[in-house]
Design a protein around this ligand. Structure first.
Ligand code: LIP
Length: 272
């Protein structure tokens, strides 16, 4: 068993146990606070899940580095070095969580030398556990998963989000791309969680996904899960994916990724 396999097994138990914090609080009224704008929310549960997971990981792996969404919101810097780095979104889909729309997950990725080595996306509400280790395939609840084979946009179900920014330039691009997708693709979906959108591509339930404005913690796990399921993850303009660029496009096939990339109006947010 490799070192990364061991990291994975430890992390999996920590994530599964933290998932109980989400299921315990999924019903009932949830208080939230605003972060960057009036649609960027955080709850006490986000903070509790992050503190629980990061403190346990730090105890197990004191020499590793950590990037957590809520720690960054409270002033920590996003620093990605070659050291083993855990990248955590404690609840991806916080707005869903607040409303009780059952698509929220813990997203945890591990990068070494800036390369994704393993990913865990866990939606405890729907009992969906997506996992991947490099060169070992991608799984949903221990069953191997594969991306779809759709090559053309006209036959594709494309997942994308309006995101959590009210920036006027960004919203203009969202509207333009919405128009593009509803006129050229077979269908569109927005699950309300960047990580779960990627998981849908990994299991072949959606054929492609893109988003401008995501952060490293939204996509660190999804990137390796999609790739291990046989899909491609690239920059939306067609170049290599850069985890700090706040831009992502993934698809089941290279052909679909290229067609979608050419179709999209591009947007370049400030980097992480
Ligand atoms: C958000 C996602 C949302 C996406 C945003 C962001 P948060 O994460 O759930 O779907 O559009 O870019 O990733 O704030 O819920 O952790």
């Amino acid at each position: 068993m490799s070192m990364v396999d061991t990291y994975f097994m430890v992390a999996l138990e920590i994530v599964k146990s933290a998932g109980k914090l989400i299921t315990e609080h999924v019903k009932g009224c949830k208080d939230y606070k605003l972060k960057s704008c009036d649609i960027d929310l955080v709850t006490e549960v986000d903070k509790a899940v992050e503190t629980t997971i990061l403190s346990k990981l730090k105890e197990e792996f004191p020499h590793h580095a950590f990037i957590g969404e809520e720690s960054v919101a409270e002033g920590a810097r996003v620093v990605l070095t070659d050291e083993p780095t855990w990248v955590l979104d404690p609840i991806d889909g916080t707005l869903n969580f607040v409303h009780g729309f059952p698509h929220s997950c813990i997203s945890l990725g591990l990068l070494i030398n800036k390369v994704p080595e393993m990913g865990i996306i866990y939606n405890p509400i729907m009992n969906q556990l997506f996992t991947a280790l490099k060169h070992q395939g991608a799984y949903l609840n221990d069953q191997i998963i594969h991306v779809s084979k759709v090559k053309e946009l006209k036959g594709a179900l494309v997942a994308f989000e309006a995101g959590t920014s009210r920036d006027a330039d960004k919203m203009k691009v969202v509207r333009e791309n919405f128009d593009q997708i509803i006129s050229k693709a077979q269908g569109m979906r927005a699950l309300g969680s960047a990580a779960l959108n990627m998981a849908m591509v990994a299991m072949g339930a959606a054929d492609a996904n893109f988003e401008f404005g995501i952060h490293a913690w939204d996509v660190a796990a999804g990137t390796i899960i999609v790739r291990e399921a046989g899909g491609v993850v690239i920059d939306p303009a067609g170049g290599p994916f850069d985890i700090l660029s706040r831009r992502v496009l993934c698809a089941g096939t290279k052909e679909l990724a290229e067609e979608l990339s050419k179709t999209l109006v591009q947007y370049y947010p400030e980097r992480d």
